[in-house]
Design a protein around this ligand. Structure first.
Ligand code: MLT
Length: 404
């Protein structure tokens, strides 16, 4: 007899961004004359850089010719892309990563959701609170987080590391010993960062207790502060405790094009089993590689034109971030993030609950944001706005918020 995987039943409702989309669609259907501005999901709005478009066209032409056509590619990703990543992302920072430690995938969401397949069934997971919901949901689906406390709105068997105003939204080393620690810097959703020296403390801690760090660096391109590491591998000892996940979505606008990569150093092994080998085995079974044309597009991100164009994209969004931050501050809101990250984390006015503020903004200003409580219990009373809108929409959204 067939039984479903009951772990799905334990998940709280829908995936956060699906819940928001549903609410917005219902509102739109009931109010077709309203123009809604979304500063909710962190989806980019600028087109792909011209260098990327050219590489895509060229690669499509190759696929049209029998002599250059490509079928299944290497599961780990084409060497041309892996070597370019090493040369452009890691070598300039003095970070020793080689092409065979890079695993190209179809984006950071897939990799950060799938990586838990390498963990022991009862592995104790530590997450920041608030947290990108994919880390928690993927472990819950695997049965690793078994009991969602609907009153507290938290998984009672995860280790939560609260990130609050008191600790400047930086997690503290947990009291209870975890087996796996998820960290994301620049942080989604709070937009916070920690200095390299603090990241080094996490690496030292993980090495001391024999834990694994999953380091999500999807927003690395937004770092402007000198004391913030772009990669966890800038820290000494990270090669024996960390996996890093990167994305082409937020820097080069690949949210709809899908490309990312995961770095697993050769030294990373537990019980004499190399995690890179396990991941290769997992990908070999379940993944046939990112499309050739998309990997060529990814390579173009690192060309001279590509790099200049990506820089422009990042500056474009960071202008929005600055405007959102400064405008909200001038209106008396308590705001953080938006300096090394495209997310602005604001306190709701008058201690309003996050979802209450969401409804108010949607119905009275026709602006969509993301309720902080959707990211975890410590997000209650907070609200996230993204800088990924157009300048025009961002300005208009702020005008509408001012009028509230
Ligand atoms: C977000 O809004 O948190 C992200 O865009 C979601 C994602 O990248 O999957």
């Amino acid at each position: 007899m067939f039984f479903i995987n009951n772990n799905f039943q334990r998940l709280p409702g829908n995936y956060l961004f699906s819940t928001i989309a549903k609410k917005v669609n219902e509102y739109k259907e009931a109010n077709p004359d309203k123009s809604i501005i979304s500063l909710g999901i962190g989806d980019v709005t600028r087109p792909l850089p011209p260098a990327v478009i050219k590489a895509l066209h060229d690669a499509v032409d190759e696929m049209a010719d029998a002599s250059t056509f490509r079928g299944y590619g290497p599961e780990q990703g084409y060497l041309f892309l892996r070597e370019t990543i090493v040369k452009e992302d890691y070598a300039p920072k003095g970070v020793d990563i080689s092409a065979d430690e890079i695993y190209v995938g179809d984006g950071a969401k897939s990799d950060s959701g799938n990586i838990q397949e390498l963990f022991y069934k009862d592995a104790k997971i530590a997450v920041t609170d608030p947290v990108y919901p994919v880390y928690v949901d993927s472990n819950a689906i695997a049965g690793r987080a078994g009991f969602f406390d609907a009153i507290e709105e938290k998984w009672n068997d995860l280790i939560y590391m609260p990130c609050t105003e008191e600790n400047c939204f930086a997690p503290q080393l947990p009291g209870e010993k975890p087996d796996v620690i998820y960290l994301c810097f620049p942080n989604n959703p709070t937009g916070s960062t920690i200095p390299k020296s603090e990241l080094q403390e996490w690496v030292d801690y993980a090495n001391t207790i024999g834990a694994l760090i999953i380091y999500d660096a999807a927003y690395e391109a937004y770092i402007s502060s000198d004391n913030v590491a772009h990669s966890i591998f800038e820290c000494e000892g990270a090669r024996t405790c960390a996996i890093e996940i990167r994305s082409f979505s937020k820097n080069a606008g690949f949210t709809g094009t899908r490309l990312g990569f995961t770095v697993i150093p050769r030294e990373l092994e537990f019980g004499h089993v190399k995690l890179g080998d396990l991941w290769a085995r997992r990908q070999g079974t379940k993944f046939n590689g990112a499309p050739y044309i998309i990997q060529r597009a990814g390579e173009a991100v690192y060309s001279e034109e590509g790099k200049a164009q990506v820089k422009e994209l990042v500056s474009y969004y960071m202008e929005n971030a600055k405007l959102i931050r400064e405008t909200l501050e001038s209106m008396g809101y308590t705001v953080s993030g938006g300096i090394d990250a495209p997310y602005i984390w604001m306190k709701t006015p008058e201690d309003m609950e996050s979802w209450e503020f969401f409804d108010k903004l949607l119905t009275e200003a026709n602006v969509v944001g993301t309720p902080g409580s959707g990211f975890g219990p410590s997000g209650e009373g907070y609200f996230r706005l993204t800088a990924f809108g157009t300048h025009e929409n961002t300005k208009e959204a702020l005008e509408r918020i001012k009028k509230l």
